[in-house]
Design a protein around this ligand. Sequence first.
Ligand SMILES: *[C@@H]1O[C@H](CO)[C@@H](O)[C@H](O)[C@H]1NC(C)=O
Ligand SMILES: *[C@@H]1O[C@H](CO)[C@@H](O)[C@H](O)[C@H]1NC(C)=O
Ligand SMILES: *[C@@H]1O[C@H](CO)[C@@H](O)[C@H](O)[C@H]1NC(C)=O
Length: 225
Amino acid sequence: MGVANFLLVAFVFLALAFSFADAFDPAPLQDICVAINDTKFGVFVNGKFCRDPVLVTADDFSFSGLNIPRNTTNQVGSNVTLLNVDKIPGLNTLGISLARIDFAPYGGLNPPHTHPRATEILVVLEGTLYVGFVTSNPNRLITKVLNAGDVFVFPIGLIHFQFNIGNTNAVAFAALSSQNPGVITIANAIFGSNPPINPDVLVKAFQVDKNVVNYLQKQFWVNNH
Ligand SMILES: *[C@@H]1O[C@H](CO)[C@@H](O)[C@H](O)[C@H]1NC(C)=O
Ligand SMILES: *[C@@H]1O[C@H](CO)[C@@H](O)[C@H](O)[C@H]1NC(C)=O
Ligand SMILES: *[C@@H]1O[C@H](CO)[C@@H](O)[C@H](O)[C@H]1NC(C)=O
């Protein structure tokens, strides 16, 4: 391979490596960086302040009670328990988090939402879920019906949902590729923002009558987290 080609290949690899590092949580520069909010007992900085490693305990890396079913009696019939860096400070700089999702029988829904900073991999433990995501424009819908033991991947940033089509409770666990994946619930963000989006914007965007927009903006948009 000529020098020019070699340089080109090297450049492409470097560019890929940098785009990868930029798109996700920062790479850790030390074994552990247990997050704290107060700098008084902190040392190294890499995203958040880190607890002095000498003061770190097993509790910084653990959480108990994810076996307990959550209450799904709300408008959408689902309940997400997300263990991000605020729940497990030892996740800091590690680019991963975990969620339990409970679904009520007959239509419990984790409504269409996106995680701006994470890809999600989900496994169904109980029940039957109809799940899917939509690709960026042009919008192709990718769906599947999942039963216990089935796994599904929701790529970073894409709108996705999970819907309980069974007559029993459903339970899923999901791992996400960020310590702080973030969540944007589409309906809540569009119709329940504070302050509200100017209705004229939504009338034009959704091609509906103004009273449809007014009606939607008056609803209570539950946060299922
Ligand atoms: C840091 O502050 C946030 C927001 O106030 C809180 O949710 C979180 O539990 C705190 N984390 C730690 C490790 O104290
Ligand atoms: C989720 O379940 C917990 C415990 O079961 C409950 O305290 C919380 O209010 C529920 N959240 C929603 C949004 O229903
Ligand atoms: C679940 O939440 C609903 C609504 O908040 C409440 O009425 C009900 O008592 C809760 N159920 C349990 C088992 O805690």
